[in-house]
Design a protein around this ligand. Structure first.
Ligand code: GLP
Length: 241
């Protein structure tokens, strides 16, 4: 695992560099997309490069990590809408090439199985962007998640719902209780993992991720077993290393 400690704006540039090198070498690359606030500066940097130097997503495919269950189709915090607004639309990425788990499907287990198949059929994810929750979750793999898990329905912990209430007007009751999420096994199948974390609130999770024992109690620790994992952290997030 490679750990880089740098100011937050530099981390976003480094992550964007990784995406850009991949796309220049392989225009039809498969990118794994994270939500949450951590990747937003990366998406902003990629949009800037698209506008200024023609970085193209026209042949790329995207797969989102997760989606809320039971959220209105037009809700601004529906992850599909977040990804469209923050990255797909700004870089001119055709919507049909960006996929997410279908949290509104009548048959959710079937939607999860179909999503796993779609990722495999696309050739697997080349580069997966990740954030990390304060409790060490990646995507929505909460503590206790099987390290071999695949895309499935999960119940959000109260900690995660409280953390995400800021996106729902500060009202935790508005945060959905369930989600569909790629499993830890799904994420580990990506060829390169790039995780971003900033701020002291992430210090314990980053400490466990980098230095803790591999354990389902801190799901991100599974990344220690990945052959190509990059962890990009600022001084605050690195303060317990
Ligand atoms: C949500 C997302 C995760 C994300 C986490 C951290 O729970 N499902 O993918 O990593 O939030 O979010 P943030 O980057 O806003 O701290």
């Amino acid at each position: 695992m490679e750990v880089v400690i740098a100011p937050a704006d530099e981390l976003a540039v480094l992550a964007a560099d990784a995406v850009e090198s991949l796309l220049r070498a392989k225009p039809d690359a498969v990118l794994g997309l994270a939500t949450g606030s951590s990747p937003l500066a990366v998406y902003g940097e990629l949009a800037r490069r698209h506008a200024e130097s023609g970085l193209s997503f026209a042949s790329a495919t995207g797969f989102m990590l997760d989606e809320y269950v039971g959220i209105a189709a037009d809700h601004p915090e529906r992850y599909r809408n977040v990804i469209e607004r923050e990255i797909a639309s700004p870089v001119g990425w055709p919507s049909r090439q960006v996929h997410g788990p279908d949290g509104s499907a009548a048959d959710l287990p079937a939607a999860c199985a179909a999503y796993e198949k779609a990722i495999v059929d696309a050739g697997g994810v080349d580069l997966q962007l990740l954030g990390i929750g304060t409790d060490g979750h990646i995507a929505f793999n909460e503590p206790g998640s099987s390290l071999a898990s695949r895309t499935r329905i999960k119940t959000l912990t109260s900690q995660t719902r409280q953390d995400n209430a800021r996106f729902f007007g500060g009202d935790v009751e508005q945060v959905p209780r369930h989600c569909l999420t790629q499993g830890l096994g799904t994420i580990m199948a990506a060829r390169h993992l790039v995780l971003l974390a900033t701020g002291r609130g992430k210090a314990e999770a980053v400490h466990q991720l980098v230095e803790g024992p591999v354990s389902a109690l801190w799901p991100a620790t599974v990344m220690q077993l990945h052959p190509h994992a990059t962890v990009l952290v600022d001084e605050g997030a690195a303060s317990r290393l």
